[in-house]
Design a binder for this molecule. Structure first.
Ligand code: NDP
Ligand code: GDR
Length: 364
């Protein structure tokens, strides 16, 4: 505690969840420390609104350079910060990219969690620092039970999910072996206007907005039939905090209990901005047409994954019962917010283009 304030350390503070969690903890009066890896750009867009100049007195948001693949930086930071709570959100979090970078994904996502837990032990903080591990519904992969709950067997289907499986179990093991207050939040997909642009929801809302304003012709997607249980990141970070406030550490599934397909997400987003899509064809030949008959959505097999997770649907009953947690933001509200924000961004880009500046565009 610093001046009676609780101290939290967030790895992955520059990511989607890190930014929402930092905002939440600052509101709750915490001193918040975040680990940021060195990049050639600032890369703090998502937390710029929370940033405080290092020269300000009584600063409550403090960033440290570090990396999940570098034990020495993690030990140094944890020693310096002496956190009451550690939220391990940092990860190479893209499933498709994990097939391209499997070793790096294992290093940051699996061994990264181990490095933090070992740092707690090396520094003798077992009774002080509570630990939250960002576990994932991807652990269920090839699903063994519908809906998935805390007791459902795991069957990971990507190098990302296999790395997260290690992180899940090492968290359980350090809890049992050393009495560390350590828990796993098994979070199903959660999105927001600051979701990374290459995850399917944000890719869809961004592209639909740009198509609407004539900045892009077509949205290329992979598996339109994949089904996900999509919630809002703002709701889910609240749960991350709640999990560390219990008497006993436990693992929880966090989900909405409702699922939609990728195709349904496209339809919902299109509806928000007055577009209606007619689907024709099947498999790789499936296409979506707007009211004028123009093709605006097409399948590109390059977005198929070597092994796919076809369907995920969570059962959040335990979180509801034990923590009184219920997601507040509905799927329709989530889609509406994402569409609204991406439309604003597209309008800015369109303005720039209209004034003769070439808008850089990168599709993925
Ligand atoms: P993001 O991809 O938005 O953020 C990941 C964060 O991790 C970024 O701050 C990134 O830094 C940082 N990071 C990546 N590699 C390293 C590294 N080697 N060292 C230090 N920092 C690193 O993910 P989300 O916010 O969406 O997710 C947060 C966590 O929750 C992740 O662990 C993810 O796997 C997990 N998760 C996410 C779900 C979701 O639906 N969003 C669902 C279930 C689990 P930089 O900004 O520099 O890239
Ligand atoms: P996911 O999220 O793999 O569930 O992992 P993503 O949005 O990438 O994919 C969801 C589903 O959509 C299908 N899909 C596409 N996906 C992407 N990215 N791009 C496409 O063009 C596309 N077309 C179809 C995918 O095949 C998949 O079935 C996310 C990440 O945040 C993880 O870190 C987290 O652990 C899980 O959610 C829960």
């Amino acid at each position: 505690m610093a001046d009676g304030r609780k101290v939290a350390l967030i790895t992955g503070i520059t990511g989607q969840d890190g930014s929402y969690l930092a905002e939440l903890l600052l509101k709750k009066g915490y001193e918040v420390h975040g680990i940021k890896r060195r990049a050639s750009l600032f890369n703090t867009d998502r937390i710029d609104h929370l940033y405080q100049d290092p020269h300000e007195k009584d600063r409550r948001l403090i960033l440290h350079y570090g990396d999940m693949t570098d034990s020495s930086s993690l030990i140094r930071i944890i020693q310096q910060v002496q956190p009451d709570e550690i939220y391990n959100l940092a990860a190479q979090s893209h499933v498709a990219v994990s097939f391209e970078e499997p070793e790096y994904t294992a290093n940051s996502d699996a061994l990264g969690a181990l490095r933090i837990l070992e740092a707690i032990r090396i520094l003798g903080l077992e009774k002080k620092s509570r630990f939250y591990q960002a576990s994932t519904s991807e652990l269920y992969g090839l699903v063994q039970e519908i809906p998935q709950r805390e007791t459902t067997p795991f069957y990971p289907r990507s190098p990302y999910a296999v790395a997260k499986l290690y992180a899940y179990w090492i968290t359980v093991n350090y809890r049992e072996a050393y009495g560390i207050y350590a828990c796993n939040g098994i979070l199903f997909n959660h999105e927001s206007p600051v979701r990374g642009e290459t995850f399917v929801t944000r890719k869809i809302t961004r592209a639909l907005a740009r198509i609407k304003l004539g900045l892009q012709d077509c949205l290329y997607l992979g598996n339109l039939d994949a089904k996900r249980d999509w919630g809002h990141a703002k709701d889910y970070v609240e749960m991350q905090w709640m999990m560390l406030q219990q008497e006993q550490p436990e693992d929880f599934v966090i989900a909405t209990g409702v699922q939609y397909s990728v195709r349904e997400f496209v339809d919902a987003g299109a509806k928000e901005i007055g577009l209606s899509i007619t689907w024709e064809g099947e498999g790789v030949n499936e296409k979506g047409y707007d009211a004028s008959g123009k093709c605006i959505v097409a399948v590109d097999p390059r977005y198929f994954r070597p092994t796919e997770v076809e369907t995920l649907l969570g059962d959040p009953a335990k979180a509801k019962e034990k923590l009184g947690w219920v997601p507040k933001i509905t799927f329709q509200e989530l889609v509406a917010e994402m569409m609204r924000e991406d439309l604003k961004a597209a309008e800015r880009d369109e303005l720039v283009k209209r004034h003769g500046f070439a808008a850089y565009d990168y599709h993925e």
